[in-house]
Design a protein around this ligand. Structure first.
Ligand code: BES
Ligand code: ZN
Ligand code: ZN
Length: 478
């Protein structure tokens, strides 16, 4: 759906639907022309996420509840925006009035940003592969307000929603369509459009660079691997540099340690980390943070061809460490090992990786929380703070040194699986082996929230784009 945003100083005469945002304790302040008995009969209390269609004297009105004025937060506006765009099917033009209800947590610019992010995310549909394509209706939303700060908020919401919806699209594309080559091509067009520098290594270059993890996982595939490196350079650099790494397994069949039919059915989502990195990078020129940001995306699928990596094979990762592969379905950590080795050789002030890494993380935290692990309490804290702001939930998990010996191998430096228990943590401990000790590092296991089996929050079924807003927020605040 295409949505055009306007900023207007008073409610436009031609607006078909006028949206009033009302805190629950301010219902009495609504214009006289809104029928109080009707609100009562429909039990409209202005609670967060509540919506009611009614009319005032001259036009249709939607009332959007955001909870009590005192507790107003970004999440309430995001939820209201998502709810509105999901419910409103018949109106192509609307005006939105915040009615001046703000508090110390939210002013009009950030309420506008949160509301519009919610609106864009709530309106998302994946229709690329439907044969009957209706031309998506253009919706116009006129925000009532004025000033440079609100204009900026609108631009930020637009570019952040672009990034999230881009990541969703990529996750929703089937593994047979979004191959590593297709992913790299898309990254290349995004780089051009969003003014980022891009470097793409093909199979031969990956071999030359000795990225044995990617090569080992790719061995069972007829699809070529790719290694994509995107760079954002700030106009006014602070001198800081953040490296993002995203797991890009375009389809995870498990390799010879094959998954079950059911386990495999959603595995097009296994490049959700790389998609989140690409989505986040796509926003940076609009957000213009002062840190330099590099995004690394190792890309391959995990198939079962005749020369696929066998359980027991030993791979040599980019940094020289050897890995005994005892389960080919623990492939994400192998390609991340190469990428984290590359990240560690860059002058980085922080490394953050995002990966749909373990089913164990879903067992621990369910489908809406990401697992957060890392070596630096300040970085962990920064990510937790951003998570509170964006509503993308993370939970800090340990990297217990007591468990490290589970990765000891009889024949190589490490093996790629631990015992049956605590799989999210041993995966984290494995990754840690490939990160330079002096660089603060955080690992976000998004196996649960990257893909939704049923809609939740502002997410439709399918790809959620989880991590895009979180990472952008971290970058802005570091
Ligand atoms: N891509 C999967 C993890 C996953 C599972 C993501 C469910 C999203 C939803 C990963 O590559 C994997 O298969 N991990 C194995 C590791 C095990 C073999 C040590 C797992 O979690 O079972
Ligand atoms: Zn796997
Ligand atoms: Zn995987």
């Amino acid at each position: 759906m295409t949505i055009e945003i306007k900023l207007v100083t008073k409610k436009p005469a031609r607006s078909q639907l006028h949206v009033l945002i009302v805190p629950s304790d301010q219902i009495d302040e609504l214009p006289e022309s809104i029928d109080r008995d009707f609100l009562k009969s429909r039990d409209f209390k202005g609670e967060s996420g509540q919506i009611l269609f009614t009319h005032s004297a001259e036009r249709p009105v939607a009332l959007l509840g955001v909870g009590s004025l005192e507790n107003l937060a970004h999440a309430n506006y995001r939820q209201a925006g998502a709810k509105l765009l999901r419910e409103v099917k018949n109106f192509h033009s609307m005006s939105v009035d915040f009615c001046g209800y703000f508090n110390e947590n939210v002013d009009q610019p950030n309420a506008t940003q949160a509301f519009l992010e919610g609106a864009f995310l709530g309106a998302y549909e994946f229709t690329q592969l439907k044969s009957k394509t209706k031309k998506p209706p253009l919706k116009t939303i006129a925000i009532i307000g004025s000033g440079q700060k609100i204009k900026q908020a609108i631009n930020r919401a637009e570019s952040i929603a672009f990034g999230v919806n881009l990541a969703r699209d990529m996750v929703n594309l089937p593994g047979g369509d979004l191959t590593p080559v297709a992913f790299a091509r898309k990254a290349s067009s995004i780089a051009k459009e969003k003014k980022l520098t891009i470097k793409i290594l093909d199979g031969a270059a990956i071999k030359k660079a000795k990225m044995g993890g990617i090569l080992g996982v790719n061995r069972g595939s007829t699809q070529q691997p790719r290694f994509v490196q995107l760079t954002y350079k700030p106009a006014k650099p602070s001198g800081k540099h953040i490296v993002l790494v995203g797991k890009g397994v375009t389809f995870d069949a498990g390799g010879l340690s094959i998954k079950t039919a059911q386990g495999m059915s959603t595995m097009k989502c296994d490049m959700g980390g790389a998609a989140a990195v690409l989505g986040a990078m796509s926003t940076l020129n609009a957000i213009s943070p002062s840190v330099k940001v590099t995004g690394l995306m190792p890309l391959t699928d995990n198939m079962l061809g005749g020369d696929a990596t066998r359980p027991g094979d030993v791979l040599r990762i980019k940094n020289g460490k050897t890995v005994e592969v005892l389960n080919t379905d623990a492939e994400g950590r192998l390609i991340l090992a190469d990428a984290l080795s590359v990240a560690s050789s860059m002058k980085a002030d922080a490394i953050i990786d995002l990966a749909t890494l373990t089913g164990a993380c879903m067992v621990a935290l369910g489908s809406q929380y990401a697992g957060l692990m890392g070596t630096d309490s300040e970085l962990i804290q920064a990510i937790e703070n951003s998570s509170k702001a964006t509503g993308e939930e993370v939970w800090h998990l340990p990297l217990p040194k007591e468990y490290r010996s589970q990765l000891d191998s009889d024949v190589a430096d490490v093996k790629n699986i631990g015992s049956n228990w605590g799989g999210a943590l041993t995966a984290g401990l494995f990754l840690k082996e490939f990160v330079s000790e002096e660089i603060p590092w955080a690992h976000i296991d998004i196996a649960g929230p990257a893909f939704a089996d049923s809609p939740w929050g502002e997410h439709p079924k399918g790809g959620t784009g989880f991590g895009v807003r979180l990472i952008v927020n971290v970058i802005e605040n570091l």
